[in-house]
Design a protein around this ligand. Structure first.
Ligand code: BV8
Length: 254
């Protein structure tokens, strides 16, 4: 499927990715069969209450994901978004991701907002502890790590349900002058990520969805937030879509 949209020099582009983009690298999604939530209730492993009730279970869940992350690499979908950022220019491109696996940065994307946190970062669970979040890829399968500053349990630096997402202000700024909004590999289940498309559209942006399954098929719902729906695997669709979008951009400004 080709896109009707053509980028022009100076256009601001915002991309939102979800687990379906990482699925192309072999990372389990959340809600599909064999998904991450299978066998775990969301409340048990992705809420502050779940962590308070059983921090070791939560550390086992995230340790398994840290271990799995070591065996995967970025895929053509990640690399297509790097090419799009390079063609548009870092100052006019913003990649907002719900994914915590760091694969966009590993692929070479520069302007990445990890709104749900980072798998390979740990922080103290105490609200007023001075310990800064720190990069860490250790597994904590048998013991809950404790904060060296205040003695509270350490936790993955992940945004759980009921917690505020990260980079709120930067996300708002990116959407202000957005001309093209692309959502890829997301079920549109989770708030506030699932509001970004309609917020971009309300500011006049063209909106494109790239996903294995329709989440809001255009043409069915007159208020559909997506002008175009490119159905299929993100690793197969994104490279061709990016090539089309930037085909008339010409050489990057020096
Ligand atoms: C907040 C943790 C305010 C990290 C995550 C009732 C109604 C509506 C909303 C709510 C409600 N009750 C509560 C809420 C708010 C809640 C929420 O949205 N709940 C949902 C479950 C209804 N949201 C929050 O709590 C957020 N915070 O609202 O703050 C606040 C503040 C203070 C006090 C009170 C309130 C926080 C949300 C962040 C939660 N953390 N992750 C981790 O463990 O990873 S969310 C989790 O879901 C992941 O981050 C994941 O990315 C995200 C979204 O899922 P998707 O990425 O879309 O993945 P999914 O598996 O669902 O879908 C994959 C899609 O890809 C599918 O459509 C599939 O078809 C497609 N696909 C698969 N393979 C491919 C593919 N596409 C292309 N190619 C492929 N190969």
């Amino acid at each position: 499927m080709s896109t009707r949209f053509r980028l022009a020099k100076g256009d601001q582009v915002v991309v939102l990715t979800g687990a379906g983009v990482s699925a192309e690298s072999g990372v389990a999604t959340f809600r599909g069969t064999g998904g991450l939530w299978e066998g775990h209730s969301l409340e048990q492993v992705a809420t502050p209450q779940g962590f308070a009730a059983d921090p070791q279970l939560v550390w086992r869940f995230y340790s398994a994901r840290r271990k799995a992350r070591r065996t995967v690499e970025p895929n053509p979908g990640h690399r297509a978004l790097v090419a799009l950022e390079q063609a548009v220019g870092e100052d006019r491109f913003c990649l907002i991701t719900q994914n915590v696996d760091g694969l966009h940065t590993a692929a070479g994307s520069r302007h990445v907002l990890e709104m749900h946190g980072a798998l390979r970062r740990t922080r103290c669970s105490a609200a007023n502890c001075p310990l800064e979040p720190f990069e860490e890829d250790l597994l904590h399968e048998d013991e809950v790590p404790m904060c060296p500053r205040c003695g509270s349990p350490l936790r993955p630096d992940i945004v759980w349900f009921g917690e505020s997402v990260l980079h709120d202000a930067a996300i708002h700024k990116a959407l202000l002058k957005c001309r093209l909004f692309i959502a890829a590999g997301t079920s549109g289940t989770v708030y506030p990520a699932n509001q970004l498309g309609s917020r971009a559209k309300a500011r006049g942006a063209a909106t494109i969805l790239v996903n294995l399954e329709p989440i809001d098929p255009p043409g069915v719902d007159p208020d559909s937030e997506f002008d175009e729906f490119h159905q299929g695997r993100s690793g197969e669709i994104l490279p061709g879509l990016v090539d089309q979008l930037i085909s008339n951009l010409g050489p990057k400004e020096s």
